[in-house]
Ligand binder design. Structure first.
Ligand SMILES: Cc1cc2nc3c(=O)[nH]c(=O)nc-3n(C[C@H](O)[C@H](O)[C@H](O)COP(=O)(O)O)c2cc1C
Length: 191
């Protein structure tokens, strides 16, 4: 199997984002398994270019290039108003219709309570599916109360994060180069 590349896209407004802390924990785990990882926080893209789909903007072209070259994607969001964020949707909307064709996707979320855990599967998953993903692995949701008060850093080796560790392992296995698996999902559009 050649080099595998994963791009995480996170859609929080916050500078000290719990969702970003969750993404960072997963990316550390993937990096230790020799996966090349990059993280795009949508709030750091040029906002005017994002909202006007200005593809002349370097932050947008680089974002599109990264997604195009990725084998796997992590799509991460806090829950705002019972759903994934508008910021994340704005980023998904500027990607091509079948931007996820041939790719494996892991949805991640954080929220104030478990009441909205299914927003990942009822709200975000259909959008990812419509973008042609070959496989969307089990999503993982973390309640904000599970983060420690003074340090948001997650250690997946801690037994209380064993569910997240399992989700990472699942995602890693799904990043296989298996030719039959590559036939799943929407056919890859010609490059
Ligand atoms: C504008 C806004 C709306 C929110 N709406 C919800 C909600 O509907 N359901 C929920 O469980 N949490 C809600 N929350 C709580 C966030 O999902 C939670 O604090 C999350 O961990 C924040 O992640 P972040 O630090 O990455 O932004 C909301 C937070 C904000 C700021």
């Amino acid at each position: 199997m050649g080099i595998r590349r994963v791009v995480a896209i996170s859609g929080s407004h916050s500078v000290s984002s719990k969702t970003v802390a969750l993404v960072d924990a997963v990316l550390r785990e993937l990096t230790s398994a020799d996966i090349e990882c990059e993280h795009v926080a949508v709030r750091e893209l040029n906002p005017v270019a994002l909202l006007s789909a200005d593809f002349g903007d370097e932050s947008l072209t680089s974002f599109l290039r990264m997604v195009g070259h990725a084998h796997g994607l992590i799509i991460a969001t806090p829950i705002y108003k019972a759903s994934f964020t508008g910021l994340l949707k704005a980023a998904l909307d500027i990607l091509p219709q079948f931007a996820f064709a041939g790719k494996v996707v892991m949805p991640l979320g954080t929220g104030g309570s478990l009441a909205h855990v299914l927003a990942l599967d009822y709200g975000l998953r259909p959008v990812i599916q419509s973008m042609g993903a070959r496989h969307i692995v089990q999503s993982h949701f973390v309640v904000e109360g599970d983060f420690s008060k003074d340090d948001q850093r997650i250690n997946v080796d801690d037994p209380r994060w064993s569910g997240l560790r399992h989700a990472c392992t699942n995602f890693l296995h799904s990043l296989t180069d298996d030719g039959r698996a590559a036939m799943l999902g929407h056919p890859r559009p010609a490059a």
